[in-house]
Design a protein around this ligand. Structure first.
Ligand code: DUC
Ligand code: ZN
Ligand code: ZN
Length: 497
């Protein structure tokens, strides 16, 4: 047996460190895309960070060289809105923190922000610890952080628990204007004011609860139970009114605001107006609102065996004028980010809209709300860029750079820049791809609303902090390699990031 003396041990660790200090990876001959520019350059990675960007970088002895000729070098996407392993609608969303983030990695997403839902009487920091335990036990495949879904700010103690989350590295919160567990306008206002004081950002799920409930009551009384009435009870006006009100509350509170999953024209116009007036109002939209319309609630897509109920998510898809307004909002800057709201439920669970879990007659309110999308967001928006609808710079901006800035992680994520984490996607603009849940998707769900969607171009490799996690076909990382990303304080004074 060889016994190592302290001296020898220290020698080994020093030389191991030296060894680790070489250039680990070199992406050669690719085209780097940032939110602002596109240029040919080599990208070097050392110890999980981008260490050099430039022409003709020379590999060292042990450097792994990746031929990126003809490929784009992009920052990994940041999905700022996921619901993994979330109890909702009488069940738990299908993807856990491993399968969901595995799918993320295979779609070029290297960081996810998942929602912690605070229970009534539970402080937010306790809720955060509770969820983080579940996440760590599942073993996330990419990096992650959280937003806190505010469920109880009825006492000063509950409100003050926001501060504790900040100390734990979470500076982003979300209130619900809809659902029984959501806040009222007074509580929303107080949350906004407190957030502004402590350097936090409040997101909002904006739908008018009272009108939504009144419409549900009316449709059910009239025997209108189909998925179409999910859309009808959460229509453009139900969302648009709440968007306008949320913006007004933020103005009154003197606080920045982040509208999540914006889906309607009135909302886009209200955000654009507030931003033009100089307010720090930001909006996120989701690929499902850019790709599908409310038509999916009429009869689904029968040729793909997708039923109307498979598309039930909240908020639901809207009409074409809203879809056009969202695309326009992306182009003009009214929409700052893209995220998925990934919240998958199985076909059997979706059937609860016909026959409930307990065997009763179902309706549109008994369908668990949510759809899958975590693997499709970046490929979809990049494909739209590849087809010329927006620039690649814009796709990178809304999928990576802006979320990093808004959520206080731009010190390490969101761009191909020296010193940032080497979260890198190698993208082949020539690779055609068609979604097949059976053949090429990596989540746990038994179907996807993105079935047979065609993408022009596709990621052929994803690296998370310099480690290959997707090789163009499969997930090749290790469960548990994903790390928690601490958010910094967020100080947004105006509309510019
Ligand atoms: N919307 C969904 O579709 N699912 C989960 C929560 C939400 O707001
Ligand atoms: Zn929501
Ligand atoms: Zn959501």
């Amino acid at each position: 047996m060889i016994i190592l003396t302290a001296e020898v041990k220290s020698f080994i660790s020093t030389s191991a460190e030296k060894e680790a200090n070489v250039m680990d990876l070199l992406f050669k001959g690719g085209t780097v895309v940032t939110a602002k520019s596109t240029f040919k350059a080599d990208v070097a990675v050392k110890n999980g960070k981008i260490s050099a960007i430039g022409a003709n970088l020379k590999p060292e002895k042990k450097t792994e060289v990746i031929d990126a000729k003809g490929k784009l070098i992009l920052p990994g996407a940041i999905d700022g809105h996921t619901h993994l392993a979330m109890p909702f609608g009488g069940t738990i969303s299908t993807d856990d923190y491993f399968t969901g983030t595995r799918a993320a990695a295979c779609g070029g997403t290297t960081t996810v922000f998942d929602f912690v839902l605070q229970g009534v009487g539970e402080t937010m920091d306790k809720a955060l610890k509770r969820r983080d335990k579940i996440c760590k036990a599942d073993g996330p495949a990419v990096d992650y952080s959280y937003h806190i879904g505010v469920g109880d700010v009825t006492t000063p103690k509950m409100l003050a628990s926001m501060d504790k989350c900040m100390e734990m590295g979470v500076s982003t919160f979300k209130v619900f204007m809809v659902y029984d567990f959501g806040v009222d306008d007074g509580q929303f206002f107080e949350t906004l004011q407190h957030a502004a004081k402590i350097g936090a950002l409040v997101g909002v799920h904006a739908e008018n609860r009272e009108v939504n409930n009144a419409l549900i009551k009316r449709y059910l009384a009239e025997g209108k139970t189909e998925a179409w009435y999910h859309y009808m009870s959460k229509n453009e006006d139900v969302a648009g009114e709440a968007d306008v009100r949320a913006i007004n509350l933020a103005k009154m509170a003197g606080a920045p605001l982040y509208i999540v999953h914006l889906d309607n024209k009135q909302g886009v116009e209200a955000v654009a107006q507030a931003r033009a007036e100089g307010y720090p109002i930001f909006a996120e939209t989701c690929p499902q609102y850019l790709y599908f319309t409310k038509d999916v609630y009429k009869k689904g897509i029968p040729e793909l065996r997708l039923r109307a109920r498979d598309f039930v998510c909240s908020p639901p898809m809207k009409g074409k004028p809203s879809q056009d307004a969202l695309w326009n909002g992306i182009k003009t800057g009214a929409v700052s980010t893209l995220a998925t709201d990934h919240c998958p439920f199985t076909k059997k669970e979706k059937d609860w809209g016909i026959k409930t879990k307990t065997g009763g007659k179902g309706n549109f309110t008994t369908i668990p709300n949510g759809c899958a999308g975590i693997e499709n967001m970046y490929p979809y928006i990049l494909s739209e860029a590849n087809k010329g609808r927006i620039s690649f710079n814009k796709a990178v901006e809304i999928s990576a750079t802006n979320p990093a800035k808004l959520f206080g992680i731009d010190y390490c994520k969101g761009a191909i820049e020296i010193g940032k984490d080497a979260d890198i996607v190698v993208y082949d603009p020539k690779k055609d791809f068609q979604v097949s849940n059976k053949r090429n998707q990596h989540g746990a769900l038994d179907h996807t609303i993105w079935e047979k969607a065609k993408f022009k171009g596709y990621p052929v490799a994803t690296y998370c902090r310099g480690k290959l996690v997707f090789d163009g076909k499969d997930y090749v990382g290790k469960s548990g390699d994903g790390q928690f990303v601490r958010q910094r304080k967020i100080k947004l004074k105006g509309p510019n990031l």
